[in-house]
Write a protein that binds this ligand. Sequence first.
Ligand code: FBP
Length: 551
Amino acid sequence: MKKSPLQRIRSEYQPKLPKALQGPVKLKVGDPTQSVADQEEIKSLFPNTYGMPVVEFERDEAPERVEEPFNVGIILSGGQAPGGHNVVSGIFDGIKSLNKESRLYGFLMGPAGFINHQYMELTAGYIKEYRNTGGFDIIGSGRTKLEHPDQFDAGLKVLEELDIKALVIIGGDDSNTNAAVLAEYYKNKGVDVKVIGVPKTIDGDLKNKWIETSFGFDTACKVYSEVIGNIQRDCNSAKKYYHFIKLMGRSASHIALECALQTQPNYCIISEEVQAKRMTLDNIVNALCYMITERAKNGWNFGTVLVPEGLIEFIPSMKALIQELNDVLVDKAGDLEGKEELDKLEAIHSFLTPTNAALFKSLPKDIALQLCLDRDSHGNVQVSLIETESLISRMVGERLEQLALEGEYVGKFATQHHFFGYEGRCADPTNFDADYCYALGYNAAMLINSGLTGYMSSVRNLTAPSEEWIAGGIPITMMMNMERRNGKMKPVIQKALVNLNGRPYLKFASMRDTLMLNTLYQYPGPIQYFGPSEICDRPSMTLLLEHDKEI
Ligand code: FBP
């Protein structure tokens, strides 16, 4: 395939490794760990992998050892995130640095390839084409949920056939939870296969003290912020539209918050705040109408509003409706099958309890239908398919008409809608993500060689230059708690939502009133791959603020 000039030059970029990984390593073992909550239950579910220590790598100044060759399999799981290809090249270079005879296999199209024995060997020549590029197209990704013993046993057959000693699962919180379950299963069975997880998701919600950020968040937010900045210039030039911009992030609002910090829009909704303040859709609409009427007094009939993708599930009344809908759609599937749209809505309405039925009826038909679409493999509503930005702007429009009739608003309200999500998931990784991912992959190879299983690759101290990053591993069980999923209590990695006492949110909240009533847009411009380090290597504002740095 012919490459663009940028692709050609970028493929030569050599990601920077932390000092500890720049030669032979030795393992520093910490104290035993505990899960973040529900210790007794998690311990009983993971008797073989619970309580393992945090580990850290140090440079081993001893003469180089010759390690035994070992084969590794990898799975790319879930949504794409920039940098996945560098995780793969990091693992490849890591295992080859230990023994040139080691081999790397990629399972095709996510966990399904593992279960159905579809794979390919990843050779030096093949991987070369993908270094520093975005996307997961090197082997493809998928959302099959890896959770049943028969799937684990089916996968084990192919691992044995290929003499694979370790499986690396590159995924988000659900996929890494499954990695821990698989590690426990194989250990319990006495099978010598290690399972290591790598923290991936543009959503940025797989993070804690040891995982400072998930990979892909940095690049995706920079792509969205570039286009939001461009829209803001357009908006401020024509001065005739309100732009409602929905931003990906299934659940947490980290992406919306980071983009707000980078671009300074007039308004940004933070789902976690909506939930904490028990706000209704009406409250959100009223707040927006206040801003719009105030700006109109200065003749400003334009502005930008960021809407996090997961908002709908954080509005308490909508959350209750969605929870009941989840049950109705399963329990009454037979009654609903084959019904035309309007009849289906009527039937669903009749199955709901009165409060939820009233809310359901008040929604525009298209939004009600979107709420009833098929759930994903984890039982979640597919929020990327719900046009929350258009729901809110329509409601705002209706309220403004009322206010105009009452003489409270004099202005014009014309809207544009955007949804940024897929645009950023496969962008070429920033230097930060390119380096971080390569280090996560290389580090995963060292964890495997140290005989560890049920660990997540952890690279931290990420606001320092990459040479000073700390590489090691944390037991996945340490991040777990019990949560209700599909009606049952399950051990899962705790999702990190926006912390309303954290510096990123507080920084944004401190600017909010000023941003609403002025026009102080920031234009971050495109990702820079070449140039001064302070521009090219700069991490996200969220990460800087969380680590007490200034932005
Ligand atoms: P992961 O958590 O698997 O990384 O995916 C996150 C995400 O990009 C969400 O932001 C979005 O809601 C969802 O994937 C979209 O899923 P799909 O790619 O299946 O449409």
